[in-house]
Write a protein of this length. Structure first.
Length: 423
């Protein structure tokens, strides 16, 4: 295992996960943060984080941290922590391309005694069955003889300024008992909340996968209730408030389930299970329900507009919010896009306004142009899709065209007397 008295750490990937990690480790150890995005490196070098997760003063306090877009500058590192994205493809299958490229690049730099730690969310077995062979091929070194691996799943909650990296208990693991000790001590030196040492890499991978699958399933249950209660003419939030008076009721809320974790990770677990000949029913059905909520909301809007005597091809709609969660600029895997496309497909004109999202990023990824101002236009329908704090005191009535216009409060944050529909 790594015998170096003071590790020099290379962080591969400087997004929501990698940057906070690099900043914290950089307060104690020599750290080089690497990302292929040159613009990102330029911004970080100037102390600006476009994800808004890290302040300039925090970057400045990380006195041993430097940034680069040249992977060759990581050659002197003895510990490599890989935090690249692990999304799904259009067929809902794991996309390991970023992980494999990062593994191949780091493999070429590996030396005797180095340690590679993965933080990217994967299915159980991925580190040792998929990543390690790439490391071996690229390095011509032997796993657990020449180099070693660890896995410590990320638990970053984008936009959360209270439960930050150091305040969330960290799961750690290693490919040998000695490596597990080393990885645990390394993270333990920066994590105030402490660490939990899993008995194996595969257990640590599985723990991360089920954390998000469990939440996804719970949300899918209340989303399904929303579909049922809609047919009954019952307000789902009223039911949840009543049921929530019992001490052991889990009060999840209905809504859109997107993002880089909850809306993605269950598919990794499903993929692995299917490769072993088991076809999970509960996880898969939960995903099916949650993925259909955008279409359900759009169809409800269409039906109400028609019932109000409007010709939908002549209607204009405003969607408030596009990020996958409130008070956060992250648009990865946002399911607001499902509402947008369904309404567009039926011929409506749709504007999207989000004070948190990058208009440039949304245009590049989704080919949707955000509107920066909403003061001078009135709409036939207003959809509050994301509970940004800027929307909570909004005068929703001034956005309505006339008495036939409707408001759909997806997040149930507006006075219910001012809205026509909510989940």
């Amino acid at each position: 295992m790594n015998q170096y008295p003071t590790p020099k750490i290379g962080i591969v990937g400087l997004g929501y996960v990698g940057l906070p990690l690099a900043v914290e480790f950089g307060k104690k150890y020599p750290v080089i943060g690497f990302d292929t995005n040159r613009e990102r490196i330029t911004q970080l070098s100037a102390g600006y984080d476009s994800t808004l997760e890290t302040e300039k003063c925090q970057i400045d306090e990380s006195i041993h941290l430097s940034f680069t877009h040249d992977v060759g500058e990581l050659t002197s590192c003895t510990v490599y922590i890989i935090t690249v994205p692990t999304p799904i493809d259009i067929f809902k299958k794991p996309d390991l391309s970023y992980l494999m490229k990062a593994s191949a690049a780091i493999g070429k730099l590996l030396k005797q005694g180095d340690t590679v730690i993965y933080e990217s969310t994967v299915y159980p077995g991925c580190t040792e069955e998929d990543c390690v062979p790439v490391l071996e091929r690229s390095s011509d070194l032997v796993y657990n003889e020449d180099f070693f691996c660890g896995y410590s799943p990320e638990r970053i909650n984008p936009g959360d300024k209270e439960r930050t990296l150091t305040k969330i208990l960290k799961i750690t693991s290693g490919s040998t008992p000695e490596t597990a000790d080393f990885v645990d001590q390394l993270y333990g030196s920066i994590i105030e909340a402490g660490t939990y040492r899993a008995p194996s890499i595969k257990v640590a991978e599985a723990a991360k996968a089920i954390e998000n699958a469990q939440r996804d399933i719970n949300i899918s249950f209340v989303n399904e209730l929303a579909l049922i209660f809609d047919r009954m003419g019952i307000d789902t939030n009223d039911v949840l408030d009543a049921a929530g008076t019992k001490w052991n009721f889990l009060k999840f809320k209905p809504g859109l389930v997107g993002g880089h974790c909850i809306g993605v990770d269950p598919y990794y677990l499903v993929h692995k299970a299917q490769s072993l000949g088991y076809f999970p029913q509960v996880i898969s059905s939960g995903r099916l329900v949650n993925d259909g909520m955008g279409m359900f909301i759009a169809r409800k809007i269409l039906k109400r507009l028609i019932a109000n005597g409007l010709q939908i091809q002549h209607c204009n709609v405003l969607i408030l919010g596009f990020t996958f969660k409130e008070n956060c600029p992250d648009t990865r895997n946002t399911r607001v896009v499902d509402i947008y496309h369904e309404l567009i497909d039926f011929g409506l004109s749709v504007d999207v306004h989000d004070p948190w999202a990058s208009a440039q990023a949304v245009q590049a990824e989704y080919a949707i142009g955000l509107v920066s101002e909403i003061d001078d236009v009135q709409y036939d329908a207003v959809v509050l899709a994301v509970a940004h704090r800027q929307f909570q005191g909004l005068d929703i009535n001034r956005l309505k065209k006339d008495s036939r216009s409707i408001v759909f409060d997806v997040k149930s944050i507006i006075d219910r007397n001012l809205v026509d529909m909510r989940l």
